[in-house]
Design a protein around this ligand. Sequence first.
Ligand SMILES: CC(C)(COP(=O)(O)OP(=O)(O)OC[C@H]1O[C@@H](n2cnc3c(N)ncnc32)[C@H](O)[C@@H]1OP(=O)(O)O)[C@@H](O)C(=O)NCCC(=O)NCCS
Length: 159
Amino acid sequence: MKISLVKINANNWRKALGLSITPQQQALSQIASNVQSIAEAYVDTNLVPYLILPAECNDPEPKHAPVGFAVIEITDDGIGFLLRLMIDQRYQRQGFGKAAIDEIIRRLKLNPNVQRIASSHRSENKPMASLLNKAGFVPWDVSHWSVKPDGEVYVTLPD
Ligand SMILES: CC(C)(COP(=O)(O)OP(=O)(O)OC[C@H]1O[C@@H](n2cnc3c(N)ncnc32)[C@H](O)[C@@H]1OP(=O)(O)O)[C@@H](O)C(=O)NCCC(=O)NCCS
């Protein structure tokens, strides 16, 4: 399964608006809308939003319709964090989510500013938990953090 990540830019961002998940998945994941994520990335330069394309593609204005959307955060203390991932409901269970995570991990490992790769999901979001587990993520103890959103499970790639 080959996918490409294409950075959201002024010319391609509208393609992210045609992607959707089911209302049940929305309730389960409590994921922000793609338009909200793009707005957040506009004001927070640590966030980088991507279209997920279903093929090899280096074109910043791809002809292919995207199959999904992701946001990566590079924190000031060197954590490469998969903040959001969604695969459009028409393209789920075809391996795109796993391929996207594998590509995100590959890119984060190449980033010299990243010392740890991590993500999180709502505790009830079993599909995302399973997907992250298959990609190699293990539970991450963040009990020392002063602020932890309730019901969020944190995972990391092992050191
Ligand atoms: C979670 C999500 C990204 C998975 O994407 P996908 O392209 O369908 O996933 P894949 O086809 O690559 O599946 C990879 C693995 O994920 C897990 N998985 C995916 N969908 C699942 C489901 N409905 N039920 C249980 N496990 C599931 C399985 O472990 C699967 O491996 P398998 O096919 O060998 O069983 C997708 O369902 C989605 O966009 N959900 C709504 C948004 C969301 O919850 N995002 C995460 C917020 S943190």
